[in-house]
Design a binder for this molecule. Structure first.
Ligand SMILES: NS(=O)(=O)c1c(F)c(F)c(S(=O)(=O)CCO)c(N[C@H]2CCCc3ccccc32)c1F
Ligand SMILES: [Zn+2]
Length: 263
């Protein structure tokens, strides 16, 4: 689609000029505030299947100009939701070296250093992402909040290749690894709400699951993510750093955020 950015004349306040849904309802991310929460005892633990990938398997690590993404094999899926959601890709949102706060979702006004999204589509109803992406029951995204702290060995499994994808549209193959190790220990404690893609075209098609517990990466790992990449092509005369790639929180309106835990 047309180019869009996070700041400037094509920044998020202008997205709705070309992508009308971005100015619509049910937008993401949101600031998950206590007054929006309602405990729901029917919310089952998230179960991920086939997330433990063999190193014999190759994954495509890419810089798409908006984020760093890993394409995921279709044998990976989420069970425990009313329908099966098959994995498509995972990507990240982060701040910058000077502002290490770049998560999209906030919890009671707290913004984390970064956020990971594992994007899945409803494969019981739709043949692929493209057919699912604009349907109200099309997508399920797992969100993981990321803090700076302990070194994260799982994160290193792809981070060590990041200098091979410094520029837009660069891709490298990386050995498979256990994607489950990128998630927090507890998959039974999470926030759940109906929202949207957080980038254009902003379709209100996402069942969001944001885990209660964050993961950590080291400061060095964060700086590597926040300073290694450019949103511009290698041949462009002016290199544009890729950081601060997070949308600000959107109005919750009358939405309730369900929680799977009591306190
Ligand atoms: N935060 S978010 O809403 O989860 C989210 C992003 F922030 C994000 F940058 C991406 S992107 O990296 O593809 C760059 C811009 O679309 C996606 N892609 C999704 C939706 C678009 C179509 C598509 C097709 C195949 C695989 C994934 C996706 C995205 F879903
Ligand atoms: Zn995302």
């Amino acid at each position: 689609g047309a180019k869009w950015t996070y700041t400037g004349p094509e920044g998020e306040n202008h997205w709705s000029e070309h992508y009308p849904y971005c100015g619509g309802a049910f937008q993401s991310p949101i600031n998950i505030k206590s007054e929006l929460l309602r405990f729901d005892p029917t919310l089952r633990p998230i179960e991920v299947q086939n997330y433990n990938l063999s190193p014999k398997e190759q994954l495509t690590l890419g810089n798409n100009g908006h984020s760093v993404q890993i394409s995921l094999p279709s044998k990976m899926y989420i069970s425990g939701l009313p329908q099966r959601y098959t994995a498509a890709q995972l990507h990240f949102h982060w701040g910058s070296s000077s502002r290490p706060t770049g998560s999209e979702h906030m919890v009671n006004n707290k913004q984390y250093a970064a956020e990971m999204h594992v994007v899945h589509f409803n494969s019981d109803k739709y043949p692929n992402m493209s057919m699912a992406v604009d349907k109200s029951d099309g997508l399920a995204v797992l969100g993981v909040l990321i803090e700076i702290g302990e070194f994260n060995p799982a994160f290193e499994q792809f981070l060590k290749f990041i200098n091979g994808i410094k520029y837009r549209d660069q891709k490298v193959q990386v050995p498979g690894f256990n994607i489950r190790a990128l998630l927090p220990a507890r998959l039974d404690e999470y926030y759940r709400y109906d929202g949207s893609l957080t980038t254009p075209p902003c379709y209100p098609s996402v069942l969001w699951t944001i885990f209660r517990n964050h993961i950590t990466i080291s400061r060095k790992q964060f700086l590597s993510l926040a300073t290694a990449l450019y949103s511009s092509h290698a041949q462009d005369s002016v290199p544009v750093p890729l950081n601060g790639n997070y949308r600000k929180p959107q109005p919750a309106d009358s939405r309730v955020v369900l929680v799977s835990f009591k306190e």
